[in-house]
Design a protein. Structure first.
Length: 238
């Protein structure tokens, strides 16, 4: 067995085993940022497998493979939409299948790039991996997680207290359609145990300035007091 084949099999098996972790551990409801990073690791193994799968051929360009190398990363980014996470989190098997798709897309991206022109597969694999890592720090991740975490105690003290009962009413009117009536998730990610991921100040900052695809509800229709109330309700979800 050649070294290239060993690398391919090892990387592919590692990707498959890691993809099955939702079934093995039963873990769900992962926050958006670590979820993106999980996908980055899966796609890294897939990219390595795809590069190892390629065997050196002649240097002639094969244009159809370029379309494949371009489309696969775009599909991967669409599948990393936080609104889809709540859907796949409902079933460990669906979650594992979602992970396998990321591994497969990375394999095809790297292999197709190499088939187009040798060396392009490396570039396309690096681009795919970079997109996944960048997404972890911007696409669907609250700015609060980066610039409010350090002064968390002071920010928590400065955050205005909210009315949980009123926040529940506002949540039902403005948020439940995506996140579920009790924060169980739907088109949007689940919000149960959000207090373990964000403190009150961070939750308020996220509602005021969310990352896509969450809509901007502040300052209209939600006022600053409304934001505080909704954040208080979200923090109370268990």
């Amino acid at each position: 067995m050649t070294v290239r084949r060993i690398v391919f099999l090892g990387s592919a098996i590692a990707g498959i085993v890691l993809s099955a972790m939702p079934v093995i551990t039963g873990e769900g409801g992962i926050a958006v940022q670590p979820h993106h990073l999980d996908h980055a690791v899966l796609m890294l193994f897939g990219a390595i497998a795809g590069l190892a799968l390629y065997t050196r051929r002649d240097d002639r360009e094969s244009p159809p493979w370029l379309w494949v190398a371009v489309l696969c990363p775009l599909i991967a980014m669409l599948l990393m939409s936080p609104s889809l996470y709540a859907v796949v989190d409902r079933s460990p098997w669906l979650h594992a299948l979602d992970h396998l798709v990321f591994v497969a897309l990375a394999i095809v991206t790297a292999y197709a790039g190499q088939r187009y022109v040798r060396g392009v597969g490396v570039a396309s694999a690096l681009l795919l991996e970079s997109m996944a890592v960048v997404a972890a720090f911007g696409y669907g991740v609250a700015p609060a997680a980066t610039h409010l975490r350090a002064p968390a105690v002071a920010a928590q003290q400065a955050a205005p207290a909210g009315n949980v009962a009123h926040g529940k009413v506002l949540f039902a009117q403005n948020c439940a359609a995506c996140h579920g009536a009790s924060g169980q998730g739907g088109m949007g990610p689940p919000l149960k145990d959000e207090a373990a991921r964000k403190n009150l100040a961070e939750a308020q900052a996220w509602i005021k300035k969310p990352a896509p695809p969450m809509p901007m509800l502040y300052p209209n229709p939600l006022s600053a007091k409304d934001v505080a109330d909704v954040a208080a309700f979200v923090e109370s979800l268990k």
